[in-house]
Design a binder for this molecule. Sequence first.
Ligand SMILES: [Mn+2]
Length: 199
Amino acid sequence: MGVVEVGTCRRPMRGESVCGDAWLHLEGANSCFLAVVDGLGHGPAAFEAATLATEHLRREVASRVRSVDLGATLQSLHHALRSTRGVVAGLATIHRPTEELAFAGIGNIEAQIIGSAAMQVLSHPGILGDGRRLHPVVHHVPFQVGWLLILHSDGLAPGPYPPVARGLPCTRIAQLLLDQLGRDDDDALVVVARLPGEV
Ligand SMILES: [Mn+2]
């Protein structure tokens, strides 16, 4: 098993054959990187923007997962997407030895940590690729073994979430959340991650 257990669930808007929401999971020594990207609107142009975003992130981050600067990565993504219709995105890194999580989001991406209590980590307004000045903020929070990180697009209703059995596999939790909170008038994606180990 990798640094984190990750489960994802995704589907396009009703009537569309491609999904404009995309995710990326990369691992380095003791660390992982997760991204959730929502191409604006839906359909092929949203899919293209989201695909370009995840390809850019893979090139930027793959060789330096441990040391990646999320604010600088959002800025470079902002620049790389200027020829597209734009995306909103949430980026996270988890470092296992220190049980720390960093998160930076631009636009309407929901990030929640379910630990001893539920905590929302805020994204900041904006659109990646629109050419306007960007002000990313990186949040650093604890993330203990057994806690859940839930990242999703606005194709799911925001939390609070229905109670989920925390011991279920992340893939199953992602499916349950999409089933219960997914809207059929937008693309929808949820990513669930957990540091495996004895709690
Ligand atoms: Mn959306």
